[in-house]
Design a protein around this ligand. Structure first.
Ligand code: TMP
Length: 282
């Protein structure tokens, strides 16, 4: 969506999150560009919808899975039609693809970077068609725990596949569907990886080295810098309740959505599902 982002939001003033304007505007490869295959023409036609699409991104262990569930619970408590999905997965077919992609297994599956890119996007195409677009059409708030930017960060920056080619793949998979807002929950690589237990470790943490994960994080930060009207960067090392407050502030600042949610944080039930989850990875 092309609405201007409101500048005066209390969370930003309080330093809980920042617009990424001050970050460097090019990635390591100098080809970060303006977004992952979001074709404005397709987007304008398709987004004659009433809903809102918000994605959460971040390095492994950033806490976004727990935080996205907290957002879903709080938005639902505020009476909003809200759909939470995760990538890869979120559909019956997509969850099977997820198992292939992420299963570390006893010996681990070896897939090439290009196979990874295609499988992530196969699951994404199914999710967009089966869940996300229908929900947006009926006016829901859709929160996605990862989306297309993860392919650019992991397979592009981490795996060093050409970003331009990946943008084409992503554009095909999503039909150009672009989030209204993308929140990067940023944590240093060592902090994120240390949060994961052995049982939670996926093939990505098991098979890719520290340098891979550093490139992923740098990639996310570069994307945020290149497209500040869509991205907001939140400090994922802050206490979980502060991170949640920052994320809620971002939702409340989205034109059209914010007024519906305004003032609901204080009214959110004290025992909402995410509260107290201080150190959960995502
Ligand atoms: P998560 O569910 O814990 O976030 O794990 C998903 C993993 O898959 C994480 O390591 C990031 C990786 N990933 C990609 O490499 N490319 C993608 O397009 C997506 C959605 C995820």
């Amino acid at each position: 969506m092309s609405e201007a982002y409101p500048r005066a939001i209390s969370g930003e003033r309080a330093g809980l999150w920042r617009r990424p304007d001050g970050l460097r505007s090019r990635g390591a490869e100098g080809r970060i560009g303006r977004g992952p295959g979001y074709t404005p023409v397709v987007e304008a036609r398709e987004r004659g919808t009433k809903g809102w699409f918000v994605t959460l991104e971040g390095p492994d262990g950033s806490g976004k899975s727990v935080q996205s569930e907290r957002l879903r619970a709080a938005a639902a408590a505020a009476g909003h039609d809200v759909v939470l999905v995760r990538e890869p997965g979120g559909t019956a077919g997509g969850e099977r693809v997820r198992a292939i992609l992420l299963d570390a297994g006893p010996v681990g599956i070896r897939l090439t970077q290009r196979t990874d890119a295609l499988l992530f996007n196969a699951a994404r195409a199914q999710l967009v068609d089966e869940v996300i677009r229908p929900a947006l059409r009926r006016g829901a708030l859709v929160i996605s725990d990862r989306y297309a930017d993860s392919t650019l960060a992991y397979q592009g920056c981490g795996g060093q596949l050409p970003l331009d080619e990946l943008r084409s793949v992503v554009g095909f998979a999503t039909g150009g569907l672009r989030p209204d807002r993308t929140i990067l929950i940023d944590v240093p690589v060592e902090v994120g990886l240390a949060r994961k237990t052995a049982a939670e470790t996926t093939r990505f943490e098991a098979h890719f080295d520290r340098a891979f994960h550093e490139r992923v994080r740098a990639g996310f930060l570069s994307f945020a810098a290149a497209e500040p009207e869509r991205w907001v960067v939140v400090d994922g090392t802050a206490p979980a309740d502060d991170v949640f407050a920052a994320l809620w502030g971002v939702l409340a600042g989205i034109p059209g959505l914010g007024p519906r949610l305004a003032g609901r944080l204080a009214a959110a039930p004290a025992g909402d599902p995410g509260r107290g989850a201080e150190r959960t990875p995502g």
